[in-house]
Design a protein around this ligand. Structure first.
Ligand code: FE2
Length: 297
C-alpha cells in the first residue's frame, strides 16, 4: 500500500470511483517513496542553482520544502497561500481541460500525490508529486506568474462562452477542439517548457524542465535545441511530442511579458484566430471537450 506511480491502490480506487479531488493520505507513503523524493531533490538542487530562474529559486526557499521527505500539501499551502493565494490541491490523476484551467482561475493547482519508482527516477509515465510540487508549485509563489495562471483560467471561460454561442454542432466541436489545442500548446511551450531571459543569460522557468534532471541541462546547453523568442502565432500552431526531450523551446522576456501574451491569446480567441489552428499534437479527447460543453458560464 504505497503511493508509487502506477501502483497506488488508494489512487486507483479513487479514479475508478470517479473522484478527481482527493486527500493526501500521507501515512501511505513508504520509505521507498521518501527515498525517491530524497534522491530526486538532492540531484536537482545543484542544477536549479545553475539553470533555474531566480523566481523559482526564491520560491523553493519560501516554501521550506524538506529535502528529506515528501512534502505534506497542507504544509506547503501554509507557506504558499499568504504569498499569492494559490494552493496545491490533491488529485487522483488526469483532470479534464476545462476543470484544470478553472482550478487555476480559483488559484488551485491540481497536484498529483504519487511519486515515481525508486528504480526508475528518470522515467515519468505521468506527472508525479516531484514534477508538481518541486517543479510547478515554487513558481506559484511569484505574484506575476500566479496572475498569469489565473488569466489562463479566465481564457477557458471565454472559450466556453464562445462555443456555447455556436449553433451548428459540427462547427462547435471543430472550434472547441482547435481552441483547446491552441491553449494546450501555449501552456506547454510556456508553463511547462518555457525559457526566460535574465541578466546572466537564459534561465529555465517551465516546470517540465525544472523537474527533469537530464532535460534542464539539455534545454540550455545542447546545440541541437532550437531556442527562439516566443511568437504567439507560432506557439499555437506548433505540434509537440511528449516522449522525448523537446527540440524547440520558446523564450519570454519576463512574466509581465507572459501575462500580456495570455491576454493576447484571449483576444485572438474572441477574433476567431484560434478556431482553425494547425492539426497535430496534442490530441483533444472527449473528456476535454465535454468539460467545456457541460458548463454554463
Ligand atoms: Fe506539469
Amino acid at each position: 500500500m504505497a503511493l508509487t506511480t502506477g501502483a497506488a491502490p488508494f489512487v486507483e480506487s479513487a479514479r475508478s470511483d470517479g473522484e478527481l479531488y482527493i486527500r493526501q493520505p500521507y501515512e501511505l507513503y513508504s520509505e521507498e517513496n521518501h527515498e525517491a523524493w530524497r534522491r530526486l531533490y538532492a540531484r536537482m538542487l545543484p542544477r536549479w542553482e545553475r539553470y533555474a530562474n531566480d523566481h523559482f529559486r526564491r520560491g523553493v526557499t519560501s516554501l521550506c520544502l524538506d529535502p528529506r521527505s515528501i512534502p505534506k500539501l497542507d504544509d506547503v499551502n501554509c507557506f504558499l497561500r499568504p504569498l499569492t493565494g494559490f494552493q496545491a490541491k490533491a488529485v487522483s490523476g488526469y483532470i479534464p481541460a476545462f476543470l484544470f484551467f478553472d482550478c487555476l482561475r480559483n488559484r488551485e493547482f491540481p497536484t498529483t500525490i504519487t511519486i515515481r519508482r525508486l528504480d526508475a527516477l528518470d522515467y515519468l509515465p505521468e506527472p508525479d508529486i516531484f514534477h508538481d510540487v518541486a517543479g510547478h508549485v515554487p513558481m506559484h509563489t511569484d505574484r506575476a506568474f500566479a496572475e498569469t495562471l489565473v488569466r489562463f483560467g479566465e481564457c477557458a471561460h471565454t472559450a466556453a462562452e464562445i462555443v456555447a454561442g455556436i449553433r451548428d454542432e459540427e462547427t462547435r466541436l471543430h472550434t472547441l477542439t482547435s481552441i483547446i489545442k491552441a491553449m494546450a500548446r501555449f501552456f506547454w511551450f510556456t508553463i511547462e517548457f518555457g525559457l526566460m531571459r535574465s541578466p546572466e543569460g537564459l534561465r529555465v522557468y517551465g516546470s517540465g524542465l525544472l523537474s527533469s534532471f537530464g532535460e534542464i541541462e539539455h534545454s540550455l546547453n545542447s546545440a541541437e535545441v532550437q531556442r527562439y523568442p516566443i511568437e504567439l502565432e507560432w506557439a499555437i500552431n506548433q505540434a509537440f511530442e511528449i516522449n522525448h526531450y523537446q527540440p524547440l523551446l520558446f523564450i519570454v522576456d519576463s512574466f509581465d511579458h507572459l501575462f500580456k501574451l495570455v491576454g493576447e491569446l484571449e483576444q485572438w480567441m474572441k477574433q476567431g484566430k484560434l478556431s482553425h489552428v494547425a492539426p497535430g499534437e496534442p490530441a483533444v479527447n472527449e473528456r476535454d471537450l465535454q468539460s467545456f460543453l457541460r458548463i454554463t458560464t
